[in-house]
Ligand binder design. Structure first.
Ligand code: S3P
Length: 449
């Protein structure tokens, strides 16, 4: 789907204590990868707990366009009948990835080493995002690409007829870039090597190994070196998608700032490449505990218990933690607004090229709500108001689900309601957000434009 034709204005107001359990949807990163790797395997991959948000559904449609069969059995249960590595057919329509950078970037990688052409597009947000970071390494495999200026979508990729493996150091800390190169490397003979100076989320590596690819990861002085042997036969898997720690962040952070709250968010993966927010909140003095710590499918898991935390302190977030919490800075900035003192966030240039420029989007809305924010190209500081945030603003969501949800959470704890011009992007990653937050006790409504 391309863009949201009808904006959904929404507003959230001071909310009673948030109480109860919040069952958040499946992990977005793992859901995309389950569909794509399922499509690249021979046979039937069974998936339960798939995130049925627009981003992931768009990836499912794309996999069908490349020749896989994707079946929805209902209730989050899906299966994918794959075509195997190198088995993608040429799609006969443009591939529309909607709002999803992960979807389009991983799929471009997956098709770039097959002798087929495909044209990709998305909504206004996605079509403004940089794709040169993907097409540059894909060119090294032998794929050609023709897009708009600065490599933006709509963009056509002509896959390599005789792909060669590559040795690539990612120029930015990005799991999407790393994953695109690894997926392209699947259909190149020999070893494809990706080096990342800062480790980013490692779901692709873990899942490729699970599907039977030969892949190793080694931490060296140069950074993390990932070596994939091309042209494996991927074996279909039975996948239970864990719940998304990035979605869990919203009810957790809401509970910390709404007076009297006590919320349990069960079954959240705490993969170290994803869990940075939770350690940061604990460093700020949040009453946040990990209950029932365990390991499932090789990943640390816990039930998160978050309670109202009136004594939050602003801190300097360690920049080396940025990759492990990159999607959580918008909601962290909301929590920081309620803390005492300044929260300093540095080394976060990537926030400027997400679904929106997230530093600009949050800084603008927070200022309207009475919070002082300083910013530079790769940093921002939020001056906390020790619990007394005026609110009373209408903020722009910029087609960005996490911006919309962050401002609505702000409204639940601020003195006056906070509105967003368009809550429709929330459906890309967290379609049950309104119901889930209302059931906990939040005051959240759709308003008329
Ligand atoms: C993702 C990687 C991150 C993240 C995005 C999901 C992934 O993007 O922001 O929401 O699933 O690989 P970058 O690779 O651009 O950092």
């Amino acid at each position: 789907m391309s863009g949201h034709d009808t904006p959904i204005p929404m507003s959230a107001g001071k909310s009673g204590p948030l109480l109860g359990e919040a069952h958040v949807p499946g992990d977005k990163s793992i859901s995309h990868r389950s569909l794509i790797l399922g499509a690249l395997s021979v046979g039937e991959t069974k998936i339960t707990g798939l995130l049925e948000g627009e981003d992931v559904l768009d990836t499912g449609k794309a996999m069908q366009a490349f020749g896989a069969e994707v079946i929805n059995h209902g209730g989050g249960s899906w299966s994918v009948h794959g075509v195997g590595v190198g088995g993608f057919a040429e799609p006969d329509q443009v591939i529309d990835c909607g709002n999803s950078g992960t979807g389009v970037r991983l799929i471009m990688g997956a098709m770039a080493t097959s002798p087929i052409a495909a044209t990709f597009t998305g909504d206004a947000s996605l079509n403004g995002r940089p794709m040169g970071r993907i097409t540059d390494p894909l060119a090294l495999f032998g794929a050609a690409s023709y897009g708009r200026s600065m490599g933006r979508l709509p963009l056509t990729i002509i896959g390599a007829e005789n792909p060669v493996p590559v040795h690539y150091t990612t120029p930015v800390p990005s799991a999407q870039v790393k994953s695109a190169v690894l997926l392209a490397g699947l259909n190149a003979p020999g070893e494809t090597i990706v080096i990342e100076k800062e480790a980013t989320r490692d779901h692709s590596e873990r899942m490729l190994a699970g599907f039977g690819a030969k892949i190793t990861s080694e931490d060296t002085d140069e950074g993390r070196v990932i070596t994939l042997t091309g042209q494996p036969e991927l074996k279909p898997q039975v996948i239970t998608v864990p719940r998304d720690p990035s979605s869990a962040a919203f009810p957790v952070c809401a509970a910390l700032i709404v007076e009297g709250s006590d919320v349990l968010v069960p079954n959240i993966g705490l993969n170290p490449t994803r869990a940075g927010l939770y350690y940061t909140l604990q460093d700020m003095g949040a009453n946040l505990t990990f209950e029932n710590m365990r390991e499932e499918g090789g990943e640390p898991m816990a039930d998160l218990r978050a309670k109202y935390s009136p004594n939050l302190k602003g801190i300097e977030v360690p920049p080396e933690r940025a990759a492990s919490m990159i999607d959580e800075y918008p909601i962290l900035s909301v929590v920081a607004s309620f803390a005492e003192g300044v929260t300093k966030m540095h080394g976060v240039k990537e926030l400027r090229v997400k679904e929106s420029d997230r530093i600009d989007a949050m800084a603008t809305g927070l200022r309207l709500a009475g919070v002082t924010v300083d910013e530079g190209e790769d940093w921002w500081h939020v001056h906390g108001l020790s619990g007394d945030v005026p609110g009373g603003a209408t903020c722009e969501s910029h087609l960005d689900h996490r911006i919309a949800m962050s401002f609505l959470i702000l409204g639940m704890a601020a003195q006056n309601p906070v509105a967003v011009d368009d809550g429709s992007p929330i459906a890309t990653s967290f379609p049950i957000f309104e119901d889930l937050m209302s059931n906990l006790g939040a005051t959240i409504v759709r308003t008329t434009a």
